[in-house]
Design a protein around this ligand. Structure first.
Ligand code: DAK
Length: 274
């Protein structure tokens, strides 16, 4: 692929948007390749994904302004649909996706991070929805996802003012779960960059997720996502169904037998070939 890299590390898949010269801006090719990459993830072995941008400066600096500048209304609509389809594919992807935000996450960059399940970022990350300054509204779900993730008032302030926020403010308002810094030794030398530490933190989190029962993790994602769209009475029914769905699975039988049986080796042996 021209602009998207995919690497498997055990049960964790790492997707890198690799268009560093344009700060990993999303053009049609990037969107097509992201979609294709997701379609090709081997869900038999992969249990969590990480999405990041190439380099140390930018995660994704938005949709490609050069490509958008000449679009007709019809083409703009088609571009918007392409983006929205990929973002929904990420959001509803069966396994968890962690955004490792390594710098600018502006416009479509902030929006693609918000389509992931979890966001962690490097200390140099910058988030923002600058679209009103370009004469458009956030078009890849920004008005909807930001208002749901942080408070509506905070989302409106960010969107109406088009003001960017730094990593620590993004943490304070709940847009990211964690901010990762570079490691500096006593002499002031950087021994590990913020990006290196960010990727290590993302891989550690993904590996922790990957160790847990895969059907249960998938069902949790679906229960949370689907439940947030409906009222509590309907949400609880969604949870009940996905809870019930875990029973009779090998994961459930093994997990509970392992807890209950004092002879752990016996349980491991019993489930060895399953
Ligand atoms: N698009 C295309 N190229 C970009 C880009 C972008 N969004 N951002 C940066 N680049 C390119 C620059 O043009 C420059 O290219 P060269 O001149 O070297 O060829 C290169 O990346 C390096 O950028 P700078 O020279 O500007 O680097 P600086 O460090 O000075 O500044 C910056 C970094 C991130 C502050 C600055 O590049 C910047 O402000 N970039 C634009 C950020 C932005 O406004 N992003 C939001 C884009 S709007 C829709 C759905 C969604 C959307 C729209 C419609 N529909 C439903 C229809 C989404 C819209 C957006 O995302």
């Amino acid at each position: 692929m021209e602009f998207v890299l995919y690497e498997e590390k055990g049960a964790v898949g790492i997707i890198t948007i690799n268009r560093e010269k344009a700060l990993n801006a999303l053009n049609s090719t990037v969107l097509d390749e992201l979609s294709e990459t997701l379609d090709n993830v081997n869900l038999d072995v992969t249990r969590a994904l990480i999405l990041t941008g190439a380099g140390e400066k930018s995660f994704v600096a938005g949709a490609d302004i050069g490509e958008m500048s000449t679009l007709t209304k019809k083409e703009g609509e088609a571009f918007g649909k392409k983006g929205n389809d990929v973002f929904r594919k990420l959001e509803t992807f069966p396994i968890p996706v962690i955004a490792a935000v390594n710098g600018f996450a502006l416009g479509g960059g902030c929006e693609i991070a918000m389509s992931c399940d979890i966001r962690i970022c490097s200390e140099n990350a910058v988030f923002g929805q600058p679209e009103v300054g370009l004469g458009i509204t956030p078009g890849f779900g920004g008005t909807q996802r930001l208002a749901r993730l942080v408070s509506p008032g905070m989302a409106k302030q960010m969107i109406y003012t088009a003001r960017n926020i730094k990593a620590n403010e993004a943490y304070r308002i709940g847009l990211v779960n964690e901010v990762v810094s570079a490691t500096v030794d006593e002499a002031g030398n950087v021994t590990a960059s913020a990006k290196e530490n960010l990727m290590a933190a993302a891989e550690k989190m993904a590996a922790t997720i990957a160790k847990n029962a895969p059907i249960a993790v998938r069902n949790c994602k679906k229960a949370i996502n689907d439940g947030l769209q409906v009222n509590m009475d309907e949400a609880i029914v969604i949870e009940e169904k996905l809870f019930g769905d875990c029973f009779e699975t090998e994961d459930q039988r093994y997990g509970m037998a392992f807890f209950l049986d004092k002879n752990k080796d016996k349980v491991k042996e019993a489930f060895k070939n399953k």
